[in-house]
Design a protein around this ligand. Sequence first.
Ligand code: AMP
Ligand code: MG
Length: 284
Amino acid sequence: MDFRSQFLVEPGRDLKLSTIDPGYHGPHNDESAAEADLEAYKDKISKLQRTLYGDRSKALLIVLQGIDGAGKDGTCWHVISAMDPQGVQVTGFKQPTPEEQAHDFLWRVHPHAPAKGEVAVFNRSQYEDVLVVRVHDLVPKSVWEPRYDIINEWERLLVEQNATTIVKFFLYISKEEQLERFKRRLDDPARQWKISNSDYTERERWDEYIGAFEAALSKCSTKHAPWYVIPSNHKWFRNLAVSQIIADTLADMHPHWPKPTVNLDEIRCLYHGAAQTAATPAGE
Ligand code: AMP
Ligand code: MG
């Protein structure tokens, strides 16, 4: 099953989320059936990311978006748990500070774009400025509307000028699943802190959010920075699909271990007696 082709938002296509089932879970029936595949993808990610870090010639940007409760935090944790933390930077984008608000919307985002050798994970992203901002009319339409093209161009800049590969995931849950998750949070001391009144008030704007997501996914899935819609009602399936897509994306980046910067033979000879050993016939 190739989730990249299955969940890709075809560039130029007008996406309707109602055509996608957020409860879809692929060929596996449950978490335990998917476990072996998941481990294999995590191994692959782990090896490739360590090579990317050594290679230092290419960068990977992973964008996570989704409605409240869709599992952005959990996916973030899951994705980076397979990676060497030295080569990964996670950034969560919250409400802009007054200083951020006094700048253009990409000002706060650009410094977190990945350096060569790094993986950057965005938990929310530049897309908030065409999502929550659009839903709440935080700026006039004449300001947010041109942002789709601006974002596409900015992403192209990262791709063309800094050897960045970009993958963007929209974690898609149903409205019922969101309410279930909010309810479970109420009863879980480890998650109660995550509950905010806005979770419930934003829920009333569900349809507006869906409209804003559809616009962002349709206008900003490009060849150079594709969007994938991940059915996310089942957390284990979401992790499986995201892992496979990241593993395949990393593989297509073909990271290579860099060549050694020292003369290995000389070091073997000088410090490990390798030349003498090789020169001395066995038995003498
Ligand atoms: P959370 O991800 O649950 O910690 O919440 C972060 C909050 O910041 C969400 O309510 C987002 O909608 C909000 N947020 C993030 N970026 C922006 C932005 N550019 N403008 C307004 N609100 C934002
Ligand atoms: Mg939240």
